[in-house]
Design a protein around this ligand. Sequence first.
Ligand SMILES: O=C(O)CCC(=O)C(=O)O
Length: 240
Amino acid sequence: MLKKDFIHNGFAHLEQLLSFEEVVELRKLYNVLLEDKKLTAGLRSDLSGNSSNTETVEKITQIMLPSRIKPQLLQKQVYTKALAWAQNLLGEDMALDFDMLINKAPFTNTETPWHQDAAYWIDLPDKRSVSCWIALDDVYEENGCMWFVPRYDNQLFKHTHSKEGGALSIAIRPKDGKPVPLKAGGCTFHDGFTLHFSKGNITDGPRRALILNYRPQEMIQLEREQGMDHTGKRKFRKSK
Ligand SMILES: O=C(O)CCC(=O)C(=O)O
């Protein structure tokens, strides 16, 4: 069912990828990274477009490559489980391209605009990719669960930065988007060409997500040869 949904719509979800114990373990490392701006310097930005200096309250904190800062993350079950799913969905040659954290702080009410991840990436001959977005808190509309629009093909829409340094966005707001609420430990899977979005967090708790991105090993090699290492220097490509 999950695989059928993913292949057909470009997204799917799993009620429980992680046990509550695994979630609690991950939250500890996650919070260390969130709280330490020195440790995460150079890999950290605020997707709202605000500068992420020591004084500002970040609205949407994005930390690229958390496992480069805390390599013990790679030993956590979540990396093994998500890889197995990625291989099940798209083939045995799928490998971890990059990981990231995205946190929406309490009462920051800032949307992640509608976009396709492929807009952030270089054009690659093999377009297969899957992002596993893992909820470390219960997520629902009011704190920023993911929304998706079924994907029909690999068409890339035109994207622009709504604010310098902020997230990429398409010009329209799709009408047929669907929210996917989850319990902590649940996850969504989406393809690089699937449109997605999340509302702002208007609650008093954080909305913590760990995101693991997979693509064919050969394509990862091609990316690296072209200098694409997902350290967060957001180059973006022109849509056709
Ligand atoms: O966490 C969010 O609000 C957005 C996540 C996202 O855009 C992604 O994982 O590609």
